[in-house]
Design a protein around this ligand. Structure first.
Ligand SMILES: NC(=O)c1ccc[n+]([C@@H]2O[C@H](COP(=O)([O-])OP(=O)(O)OC[C@H]3O[C@@H](n4cnc5c(N)ncnc54)[C@H](O)[C@@H]3O)[C@@H](O)[C@H]2O)c1
Length: 257
């Protein structure tokens, strides 16, 4: 897809991977609609960016009405939606049984599925509806959707049952979603990051961070958020990438803990 005059919706766009991606797309001249639960950080980011090409809409990706409303506002503001990048997510860590052999609360498991998996689908389905309104470009393309999984979809660690299940669901829905939307000219791809240097990771205890980095093969460091952003941009521009999940991970294969 040619990125000129295109409009992107980025969820989780006030922090980490979403923020880096919003910045990169803005730098390339696209218009960006940032959706995030964190309204305070959203307003601060808009004040900092000082650009007519970006707006923030406080949104809960798990909420049907909130997401519908966000896309209506995005259309009002920029008239079209061409790209949707789902970065909103949480990374809870809880073992099935705690130290006293008490079962994990079901609500903890549900929350990860609700935000990471159902939230991504909720946003993607409304994005697709709005992209379907676009006239196809010379290649028949109307839109691109990028979801964010994790390497935990393949090698989830201890304590990651809920997180891994939510991300595995994102990987699994990539192909059927791409198939559903193929006749509308919408591509669907997923990025599965490894260990990226974002607030989500940097909030973990230093010992945990160091152990995670030890398992990265090369380059032996956390991924830069901008490396995720540049991969997103490549997926947008390369019309032949479809229904694919791409690991972005320095060849890490995560051990049990
Ligand atoms: N950082 C990593 O190493 C890493 C690795 C693999 C996958 N990921 C995935 O990448 C995505 C982005 O992670 P990040 O590291 O940038 O995290 P982050 O915590 O920096 O950003 C996540 C953003 O999502 C928002 N969010 C949470 N719940 C929301 C909701 N219900 N509605 C709207 N917004 C909501 C938060 O407010 C936050 O701004 C997540 O899906 C995460 O699971 C991250």
């Amino acid at each position: 897809m040619d990125t000129e005059n295109k409009v992107a919706v980025v969820t989780g766009g006030v922090s980490g991977l979403g923020r880096a991606t919003s910045n990169e797309l803005l730098k390339r001249g696209m218009k960006v609609v940032i959706l995030d639960l964190n309204a305070e950080q959203g307003q601060a980011l808009i004040a900092e960016l000082q650009s007519d090409n970006v707006c923030f809409i406080a949104t809960d990706v798990t909420d049907e009405a909130s997401v519908q409303n966000a896309f209506e506002k995005a259309l009002e503001q920029f008239k079209r939606v061409d790209i949707c990048i789902n970065c909103a997510g949480i990374a809870p860590a809880k073992k099935v049984l705690n130290k006293e052999n008490k079962a994990q609360a079901l609500s903890a498991f549900s929350l990860a599925i609700q935000i990471n998996l159902i939230g991504s689908f909720n946003v993607a389905r409304v994005a697709a509806e709005k992209m379907a309104l676009n006239a196809p470009d010379v290649n028949g393309e109307r839109g691109v959707i990028i979801n964010t999984a994790s390497v935990a979809a393949y090698d989830g660690q201890m304590g990651q049952t809920a997180y891994a299940a939510s991300k595995g669901g994102i990987v699994a829905m990539t192909l059927p979603m791409a198939r559903d939307l193929a006749s509308t000219g919408i591509r669907v791809n997923t990025i599965a990051p490894g260990i990226m240097g974002t607030p989500m990771l940097l909030a973990m205890p230093e010992k945990v961070q160091n152990t995670l980095v030890e398992n990265i093969q090369f380059p032996k460091r956390m991924g830069f958020p901008n490396e995720f952003a540049r991969l997103s941009l490549h997926i947008i521009e390369n019309a032949y990438i479809n229904a694919e999940t791409i690991r972005l991970d320095g060849a890490i294969r995560m051990p049990a803990k």
